[in-house]
Design a protein around this ligand. Structure first.
Ligand SMILES: NC(=O)c1ccc[n+]([C@@H]2O[C@H](COP(=O)([O-])OP(=O)(O)OC[C@H]3O[C@@H](n4cnc5c(N)ncnc54)[C@H](OP(=O)(O)O)[C@@H]3O)[C@@H](O)[C@H]2O)c1
Length: 336
């Protein structure tokens, strides 16, 4: 079967190989014919060794994947042959809280990922695909969509009328925009690109800020909200953007700390966080129960993920290089 492997860290060491097909699934395991995978920024970091240089190699990369059930082990009751399913990021994380081990035991590193034609997963590490989505569309959900969903609905409570600031137009951010609109929120979206801001407007973004042109975008959020500030800030920049996020956030508001695209450490004045009762909430993806809830919401609303580009598995390197450039809007998918 076709399988992508990281033989050594570095994009040049990513190889498409002919691997043996997995043996029969054991009890509580399911064999999946993978059909599509989608990329997250994490996958670029994993491939280049920047995420965790201690991950065991060779490693099949990619945490997001969709496919169909082709064989089930004994005692599997939730899935049957032909079911269309998604692998969950952390196969042992079921409910809201998880242990260190459950949080770190994730596919696409250190566990084998989704860029292969056949894969065996535990039945606890699978959920059904919303009926209205193709394999390609569904493959975008496990990390980016669930991270945005968990921010608003597991670790805080987004209400209609809340104001949400969303940084950028990558995978997590576009799902955050869609879920915020679905919940009836007012959205303020930042981007480095005028063209991407226009696209975001088409998805319902209410206010647009070019963060390259308006460096003090936190102050601009205060102006837009009549000095009130935002109830939620979706923070994908990290250390490089947190200062503006704190300015943008209203007293008792929440900063959802998701990414570190603009740096993981730096000097910061924390006093406004204390004086305004701001909650800085770290977010890592979400558990299986939240994933199922999110899929119900997507099915009911017929929400469709935004896909920028689909690559064949033979062009995985090109796809990861395209992700690195940041020129995409929404998600990048690989067809298997
Ligand atoms: N904690 C979690 O569970 C979790 C889950 C998924 C992702 N993440 C993290 O979240 C971040 C985003 O992931 P992703 O997969 O959505 O990445 P992505 O699709 O590669 O997003 C890239 C986009 O982020 C925007 N961006 C970059 N620097 C920015 C800055 N300084 N200010 C505002 N926006 C900026 C840019 O948007 P424009 O081009 O519009 O400027 C860029 O196109 C990464 O750090 C990733 O590791 C965390």
């Amino acid at each position: 079967m076709k399988q992508i492997e990281i033989l050594a860290f570095g994009l040049e060491n990513l190889k498409l190989i002919d691997a043996p097909e997995p043996i029969k699934p054991k009890a509580n395991q399911v064999l999946i014919r993978m059909r599509a995978a989608s990329l997250n920024f994490r996958d670029h970091l994993v491939v280049t060794g920047k995420y965790n240089p201690k991950f065991p190699l060779p490693l099949v990369p990619c945490s997001d994947g969709a496919g169909e059930v082709v064989e089930i082990g004994e005692e599997v009751s939730e899935f049957k042959l032909g079911d269309r399913v998604l692998a969950t990021f952390a196969p042992n994380w079921i409910a809201q809280e998880a242990t260190h081990a459950e949080l770190r035991n994730t596919i696409g590193g250190p566990l084998p990922g989704t860029l292969r034609e056949f894969a065996i997963f535990p039945d606890t590490g699978l959920v059904k695909i919303p009926a209205h989505l193709s394999f390609e569309e569904a493959s975008t959900l496990p990390c980016a969509a669930l991270t945005a969903w968990s921010s608003f609905h597991t670790f805080s409570h987004l209400l209609p009328g809340h104001t949400v600031v969303i940084q950028g137009t990558g995978g997590v951010s576009i799902f955050a925009l869609q879920f915020a609109k679905l919940a009836g929120a007012v959205t303020i979206l930042t981007s480095s690109s005028a063209e991407k801001l226009e696209k975001a407007k088409g998805l319902g973004a209410d206010h647009l800020i070019n963060y390259k042109e308006v460096e003090a975008w936190g102050t601009e959020v205060r102006r837009i909200t009549n000095k009130v500030g935002a109830d939620h800030v979706v923070e994908v920049g990290g250390a490089g953007t947190l200062e503006q996020s704190i300015i943008a956030c209203k007293p008792f508001g929440v900063i959802h700390l998701i990414g570190i695209l603009a740096g993981r450490s730096g000097e910061l004045n924390l006093l406004p966080v204390v004086m305004n009762n701001i909650k800085v909430q770290g977010i890592v993806v979400g558990g299986r129960k939240a994933f199922i809830q999110m899929n119900l919401a997507m099915e009911a609303s017929k929400m469709k993920p935004v896909i920028d580009k689909i690559f064949p598995i033979e062009e995985t390197r090109e796809a990861i290089e395209y992700l690195r450039t940041g020129s995409h809007f929404g998600k990048i998918v690989i067809k298997i």
